[in-house]
Design a protein around this ligand. Structure first.
Ligand code: PMV
Length: 345
């Protein structure tokens, strides 16, 4: 392999929201249960990596996040890149300058680690292919490297919907996610309005939450439920059964937060407004017979999922009823997306 003197590459990669939740991990970031997510569109990270060949082997990293040096992330990234040297042995011959921007506010309850680790993985794999003079890039490897940075990032590499974790689905794996296809056409029109209840730092990180699953009294029931819910959700999405979709998605969100409340130590990430919004969504669904539902990430913000055909009535509902319950009337409108994309300069 001939090492190039320098190379620059830019990718955008979206975040994703899990419908079947990953909570609990083992060994090198393998999930204790399979998960299924929707890839977002507007909420994404744009990352450029400049690779410069150096004479003395080291892996020098400089990170500019939103145009500013970020020493805390720089340390994390150096450690992550060190760990990737078995996949990318050429890394020790390069100094890396990484520039990263998010299209959504930090701590908005949207997994920025998923989009940022996804974008970084795409850049590393793109350079790896260039060095090997290969056509195209290995998507399994892109997903696997993203997974090592942040579990949920493994799912951001694909368009529409992804499945990560060994399960009944053919080719599913703990190492990397796969694209989920074969769903009924209305699911291509799914939208996500993220209602921001609180934009502060979370009291308990995902890493701590995953760790608490190791001794969780309900862990076996949870892992069994996740498999059952995944099977039912896939069936509903294939047959266009939106009523079952709504029921399963909400039950997964509440099960995730139920696990948090029953951990030792217990923690609660929902806020009073989270519950008020959930109640309003359920009332609206009953009153207008519109298939909308909520899901939650590991935080207090509510993802309101709805279909494009209902966008006008849902927007009116958000403006009139939900916005007053949010922090500074903040909502981020997103929708199903096409996955990572190389930016040609
Ligand atoms: O990827 P992590 O380690 O930040 O964990 C994400 C966990 C959840 O967002 C709560 C669920 C999921 O499947 O994305």
């Amino acid at each position: 392999m001939k090492l190039l003197d320098s190379y620059s590459v830019t990718y955008t990669c979206p975040s994703n929201i899990a419908l079947i939740k990953y909570w609990g991990k083992f060994a090198t970031q393998f999930p204790c249960n399979p998960s299924l997510s929707m890839t977002l569109d507007k909420c994404h990270t744009k990352t450029t990596v400049h690779f410069t060949k150096v004479d003395s082997p080291s892996c020098d990293v400089e990170l500019l996040f939103e145009g500013r040096k970020n020493p805390k992330f720089e340390v994390k990234l150096s450690k992550f890149l060190d760990e990737q040297s078995h996949i990318f042995p050429w890394l020790k011959h390069y100094a890396l300058k990484i520039e990263s921007h998010n299209t959504f506010p930090h701590s908005a309850g949207i997994a920025s680690s998923a989009s940022s680790m996804g974008a970084l993985s795409m850049c590393l794999n793109d350079f790896d292919s260039a060095l090997k003079a290969q056509e195209g890039i290995d998507v399994n490897q892109c997903s696997s490297v993203a997974r090592l940075g942040s579990g949920s990032a493994s799912r951001s590499i694909f368009k529409n919907y992804s499945i990560w974790g060994e399960c009944f689905v053919k080719d599913s794996s703990n190492e990397y996610a796969i694209e989920f296809s074969g769903f009924s056409k209305e699911f291509l029109t799914l939208r996500d309005a993220v209602l921001i209840v609180n934009d502060g730092e979370k009291a308990v990180s995902s890493r701590q939450g995953h760790a608490l699953m190791n001794e969780h009294p309900f862990k076996n029931v949870r892992y069994e439920n996740a498999h059952k819910n995944l099977e039912m959700l896939i069936k509903a999405m294939k047959s266009g059964d939106t009523k079952s979709f709504v029921r399963i998605v909400e039950s997964e969100a509440l099960e995730l937060h139920g696990l948090m409340m029953n951990s030792n130590p217990s923690f609660i990430l929902m806020k009073p407004q989270t519950l008020s919004i959930i109640e309003e969504i359920r009332n609206f669904r009953t009153m207008f017979e519109v298939d909308i539902c909520f899901t939650l990430d590991a935080g207090p913000n509510v993802h309101l999922l709805y279909f494009e055909k209902d966008k006008d009535i849902v927007k009116k509902f958000i403006n009139e009823t939900l916005l007053p319950l949010t922090h500074r009337e903040t909502v981020i409108y997103d929708q199903i997306g096409l996955g990572p994309h190389k930016v040609l300069c």
